[in-house]
Design a protein around this ligand. Structure first.
Ligand SMILES: C[S@@+](CC[C@H](N)C(=O)[O-])C[C@H]1O[C@@H](n2cnc3c(N)ncnc32)[C@H](O)[C@@H]1O
Length: 264
């Protein structure tokens, strides 16, 4: 698919910058996994985990450091996977490995099952087909395992980004049946902004939840947060790596999480 291929090329432009920044953070023993996620994931010691859309694997490595028996990261970009393997080697993480794959095609090449299927921070919007995605998620779960996602909220994504930073809620994007948004720029949150055409799909809350239910999952919770995991302009960092608009308080959901298990 042209859009997936363009996304792959665009993300690859950022790999080296991300590697350099996150290598430094991992060396300082820091992560950008925020408190919302850490609290909800709970104790992961001794568990196996697959991390979908892992970028250059820094969060995969951080989670593995918390005592995972095995961690596997998956990403579309060859150069992300190259740098992810490099990081795992540099930090001597022998229980960590990486797979280069479109997450929507992963079940064709990978048949293992995990205690935890994990994906977070800037993920679902890169995928055109959530029904296919949810089937892949289910196929990677052990029968007693769980799935966890933490991502930006689809409702927040309908507003003009620059408007939000000055307190305006101007509608700019569709919420339902959204066509992909085409952009010429990518990055900026952990690198300079680079020029590379890319496509992003806003999926409604019901599309996300129903895709998981149809794939055979049982939703344990859907949580919403008024904090975001990147600085979107004129926001305060209220906790490490969690940002809040100065002028919106309890008014907009900015991120969400879902935990689900296999329906018995
Ligand atoms: C915003 S980043 C995720 C960052 C990640 N949370 C982290 O901690 O570094 C989105 C990632 O999704 C990957 N991606 C986009 N489309 C994908 C696809 N179809 N299959 C697998 N990975 C994909 C990109 O290559 C990119 O690394």
């Amino acid at each position: 698919m042209k859009e997936i291929n363009d996304n792959k090329n665009a993300w690859s432009l950022l790999s080296k910058d991300h590697y350099e920044l996150y290598k430094k953070r991992l060396s300082d023993y820091k992560t950008h996994i925020n408190e919302n996620v850490m609290n909800e994931l709970g104790d992961i010691q001794g568990k196996s985990l697959i991390h979908l859309q892992c970028n250059i694997g820094s969060d995969t490595i951080y989670l593995a450091r918390l005592g995972l028996s095995k961690a596997v990261g998956v990403d579309l970009s060859e150069s992300n996977v190259y740098y992810a393997n490099k990081l795992a080697e540099e930090f001597r993480m022998s229980q960590v490995s990486f797979i280069e794959s479109d997450v929507l095609e992963l079940n064709k090449i990978h048949h293992e099952k995990y205690d935890i299927v994990f994906t977070s921070e800037g993920v679902l919007g890169w995928l055109p087909d959530l029904k296919k995605w949810a089937k892949v998620v289910r196929s990677m779960m052990k029968d007693d395992g769980f799935f966890y996602v933490y991502d930006s909220h689809p409702f927040f994504h309908i507003f003009d980004e620059e408007g939000l930073s000055i307190g305006k809620t101007d509608l700019k994007y569709d919420y339902f049946n959204a066509k992909p948004d085409e952009s010429n720029d990518i990055g900026g949150y952990a690198s300079d902004v680079k020029h590379g055409i890319n496509y992003w799909w806003n999926h409604s809350v019901s599309d996300i939840i129903n895709a998981l239910i149809e794939a055979g999952l049982e939703i344990h919770y859907f949580h919403e947060f008024d904090t975001l995991f990147w600085q979107n302009g004129n926001m305060d960092e209220v906790k490490p790596y969690l940002f809040k608009y100065k002028h919106f308080n309890n008014q907009l959901p900015l991120s969400y999480s879902i935990k689900a298990t296999v329906k018995k």
